[in-house]
Design a protein. Structure first.
Length: 273
């Protein structure tokens, strides 16, 4: 089968859930199969180990054959930083070295074991730094290879969800928030450019409101941003965010997927370009 005509599988990989959707190739792809299993992390092992075992159990299934796979990594497994433009640093290796130095200052020696990726940026623009345990990436690649499955990409959840709406946010100011069980990834942007990235623990609108209010008081640059663009599949559609202009972001419905009844697959669907 030619790669051009392969179906696509997108996987949510989190400490709490492994969910996947399979989409047929085409201009308007339909979801032709899907599945989801809850995950219970075990003490004394890497936080991603139980999810990896669950994924390995799923992949031999007939519905995984002849497809390219994208893995959407939970923000529980990712650390972020916003690297300001530096005229003196114009080489990618130097940028990565600077990013690793900053992460090491924040998180300690463990940052030396992380794989780093930088978002594309034009002159004068800040770059988003995403850091993931290198062992997790290698184990995911190994698991796919052993199952005979083509791995197309591994994407942090924040980036996968933001990229779906980036064009509509390109000239705006506000907070982009990607919510999941137990965590918010909060990205402040102005004119479509990254300003600050935060990871905060919590669930529900009350917790999100508290974190935003704290940033307004202490962050300085976020105080005037009352626009919030929220991708939060698990939160009730009628939920409100007092004193903020809330934009709820939802994925479009398609054959085999409803944003109303299939919320458990929304994070996996965010990885579908």
């Amino acid at each position: 089968m030619l790669p051009l005509w392969r179906d696509r599988i997108s996987v949510e990989f989190s400490p709490h859930s492994v969910a996947w959707v399979r989409l047929a190739r085409g201009l308007h792809p339909d979801v032709v199969a899907k599945g989801q299993e809850n995950v219970l992390p075990q003490t004394g092992e890497p936080v991603w180990q139980a999810a990896l075992l669950k994924l390995k159990q799923m992949m031999p299934g007939e519905e995984w054959k002849n497809a390219e796979v994208t893995v959407v990594l939970s923000n529980h497994f990712v650390r972020y930083d916003c690297l300001s433009w530096n005229e003196a640093v114009d080489d990618e290796d130097e940028q990565l070295a600077l990013a690793r130095h900053r992460l090491t200052q924040t998180y300690g020696p463990v940052a030396q074991t992380w794989a780093l990726r930088l978002s594309p940026a034009g002159k004068g623009e800040a770059q988003l730094v995403a850091a993931v345990d290198d062992a997790l990436l290698e184990m995911l690649k190994q698991a796919m290879a052993e199952a005979g499955i083509k791995l197309h990409s591994i994407q942090p959840y924040l980036m996968a969800s933001f990229n779906r709406y980036a064009k509509s946010l390109a000239q705006g100011d506000g907070w982009f928030v990607a919510a999941e069980v137990g965590r918010f990834a909060m990205a402040l942007f102005r004119g479509g450019r990254w300003q600050r990235i935060l990871l905060r623990r919590g669930d529900g609108m009350a917790a999100l409101h508290e974190w935003l209010e704290r940033e307004n008081l202490t962050g300085g640059d976020g105080a005037s941003c009352r626009e919030v663009f929220l991708f939060a599949p698990g939160l009730p559609r009628e939920a409100v965010l007092p004193s903020y202009h809330l934009h709820r972001l939802e994925l479009p419905a398609c054959q085999g997927y409803s944003p109303i009844t299939d919320v458990q697959y929304a994070i996996a669907m965010s990885g579908v370009a």
